[in-house]
Design a protein around this ligand. Structure first.
Ligand code: SAM
Length: 271
C-alpha cells in the first residue's frame, strides 16, 4: 500500500536503514553547509530526516532547525545527536510538524529541502501551503533552496526498464551483522497529475541466511522547470540561481538535479 509523505512516518524500518542507504552515496552535504555559511543566520531544513545534512551543518558551527513529519526519522536524528558534543546539540532544534503547515516562531535567513523532500507534496495545494509557510518564516532577502530531481522522460512513462526491480544498493553490512540490499521500481504512472508510484524494496539478510523483504511504497511528484519558476514567483520569490548538480554547474539537458536558489522578495499569497 502506498503511503503519503514517503511512508517515513508509517514504516519504522525505513528510518532504521536510511543512513546505511544514503550516508556515503549522496554528494550534497558540503553544498548545503556552504549555503548556511553564506546565509549568515539561522537555517531551517524542511524534511530533515535523520539529520544527514542537519548534523554536519551544526558541526560546522551554524544554527539550524530541523522539521520533519516522521517521528521515526527524528528519533534516529536524536539518537545520533546524543553522541555529539554539547555545543553541537545546542545549535540544533528539532520540530515534528508537516512542512505544509508549521509555525516555528522563528525567522530564518535560509530554508532548505535537501534530497527532494518537497517532492513528497503531491498536490498543488500542499506545495502552495508549504511555499507560503516558508515565505513567512524567511527574513526579507532570505533564501529558499528547492532541491528537486530533473525529470528524465523515460522514467515518466511505462518503460519496462524502470518497472522491474533495479538494484539501488548492493549488499551492504549493517552494524549488527545483518546485511541490507535494496532495489527500486516504478509501479504506476499518473502523468496527468505528475507523479509516479515508487517502491523501494529492502532485502534484509540475517546471519542464518534467512531473508526478509520489506517495501516502502509512496507516490513521488515530479516538477518541470518553468512550473517551479511560476510557483516560486507566485509565492514571493525571485530565482537567483538554478543548478543542475551540487557542484553548482548550471542546469543543462543532462543534469540529474534541478536545484533552485530563490530569494524572498515579497509576501507571496495566502493559500
Ligand atoms: C528523502 S528524505 C530526506 C531527508 C534529509 N533531508 C536528507 O537529505 O537526508 C525525505 C524526508 O522528508 C520528510 N517529509 C516528507 N513529507 C513531509 C512533510 N509533509 N512534512 C515534513 N516532512 C516531510 C520525510 O519524513 C523524510 O524524512
Amino acid at each position: 500500500m502506498t503511503s503519503r509523505y514517503g511512508g517515513y512516518e508509517e514504516r519504522e524500518f525505513v528510518a532504521g536503514y536510511y543512513d546505511t542507504a544514503y550516508d556515503a552515496r549522496r554528494q550534497d552535504v558540503d553544498f548545503f553547509v556552504e549555503y548556511s555559511r553564506q546565509a549568515g543566520g539561522r537555517t531551517l531544513e524542511l524534511g530533515c530526516g535523520t539529520g544527514r545534512v542537519l548534523i554536519p551543518t551544526a558541526i560546522a558551527g551554524y544554527e539550524v532547525t530541523g522539521l520533519d513529519l516522521s517521528h521515526y526519522m527524528l528519533q534516529q536524528c536524536r539518537e545520533k545527536l546524543s553522541r555529539q558534543p554539547e555545543d553541537v546539540r545546542q545549535r540544533i532544534r528539532l520540530i515534528e510538524e508537516n512542512m505544509t503547515d508549521f509555525d516555528t516562531a522563528e525567522q530564518y535567513s535560509l530554508v532548505t529541502t535537501p534530497f527532494r523532500s518537497f517532492q513528497h507534496l503531491i498536490t498543488l495545494e500542499e506545495q502552495k501551503a508549504c511555499l507560503n509557510c516558508t515565505n513567512h518564516h524567511l527574513v526579507p532577502g532570505g533564501l529558499l533552496i528547492l532541491d528537486l530531481f530533473h525529470p528524465y522522460p523515460p522514467r515518466l512513462v511505462p518503460d519496462p526498464r524502470y518497472m522491474d526491480e533495479i538494484e539501488d544498493l548492493p549488499e551492504t553490512a549493517l552494524p549488527d551483522g545483518r546485511r541490507l540490499r535494496r532495489t527500486s521500481r516504478t509501479v504506476a504512472f499518473h502523468r496527468e497529475q505528475q507523479y509516479n508510484d515508487i517502491e523501494i524494496i529492502y532485502y534484509i539478510i540475517h546471519p542464518d541466511g534467512r531473508q526478509e523483504r520489506l517495501v516502502q511504497a509512496f507516490p513521488f511528484r515530479y516538477f518541470f522547470r518553468y512550473e517551479v519558476e511560476h510557483l516560486l514567483e507566485l509565492y514571493g520569490f525571485r530565482i537567483v540561481d538554478l543548478f543542475g548538480n551540487y557542484d553548482r554547474s548550471p542546469l543543462s539537458n543532462d543534469s540529474p538535479e534541478m536545484i533552485f536558489v530563490a530569494e524572498k522578495t515579497g509576501r507571496g499569497q495566502e493559500p
